[in-house]
Write a protein that binds this ligand. Structure first.
Ligand code: GSH
Length: 230
């Protein structure tokens, strides 16, 4: 019997997004269970050691947490394998996957308190993009993905943050990613990848904007009103 997968999720979570991209890339059927962030059910708290999403429930029995562990597990048990076949390449990709948590600095641009705070946060993003640009320069091919023409777990790992950066850049152009041409091309390829958009709710950009507006963040002022958008 086929393995059953259920992914416990918040709608905007970039770490859930990472796991869902892997499920989508592999064409695995899965159920999504949205957890109420403000009222997490007991059954969820019992299986999520840090009370966080994502949690992947396998065959209604075992629960896996941490997006990287979930991605690695899915890649081991299902094809096509997204990690490179060569052990050294695979370890190199894992090393870059270990850097992904720093991407919270990208997704949290939305938390900027004011323009000065945003500038400071953008400096941190420049450091990240600079490192990624150097990694892409060393790739030795034209991409467009992290390793080249083949989509990998490393692409699934960075796509969520690069998508959210793009959403922010669309409401308040930062002139930042343009300074890192290889990162920009990579970002564009990830944004165009069907698995990346299929792994979030429909009209996700609108949803992302609604959340930003709802939280009353400073950056919400840049969201165009319906009239301005026409
Ligand atoms: N390192 C974890 C991070 C997961 C994480 O931080 N998830 C957030 C949602 S995006 C969460 O559940 N936070 C719990 C909270 O807000 O209390 C992973 O990669 O899965």
């Amino acid at each position: 019997m086929a393995t059953k997968f259920k992914l416990c999720s918040f709608k905007t979570c970039p770490w859930v997004h990472r796991a869902a991209i892997v499920l989508q890339e592999k064409g695995i059927e899965y159920e999504l269970e949205y957890i109420d962030r403000n009222n997490r059910p007991d059954w969820f708290l019992a299986i999520s050691p840090h009370s966080k999403v994502p949690v992947l429930i396998v065959d209604e029995d075992r629960a896996l947490f941490e997006s990287n562990a979930i991605a690695e597990y899915l890649d081991e048990v299902t094809e096509p394998h997204l990690h490179p076949a060569d052990p050294l390449d695979r370890a190199y990709n894992r090393a870059w996957n270990d850097y992904v948590p720093v991407c919270s600095k990208i997704t949290h641009l939305t938390d900027a308190a004011d323009e000065a705070d945003l500038d400071k946060r953008c400096d941190e993003v420049r450091v990240i993009f600079g490192k990624l640009e150097t990694a892409l320069e060393k790739r030795g091919n034209d991409g467009p993905y992290f390793n080249g023409p083949d989509f990998s777990l490393t692409d699934a790992s960075y796509a969520p943050a690069l998508m959210r950066f793009t959403f922010f850049d669309r409401i308040h152009p930062l002139g930042l990613i343009e300074k890192y041409p290889l990162v920009e091309v990579w970002r564009n390829a990830l944004m165009a990848r069907p698995s990346v958009s299929a792994a979030v709710v429909p009209d996700f950009e609108d949803y992302w904007r609604d959340i930003l507006r709802g939280k009353g963040r400073w950056a919400a002022q840049f969201i165009p009103t319906a009239a301005a958008a026409e």
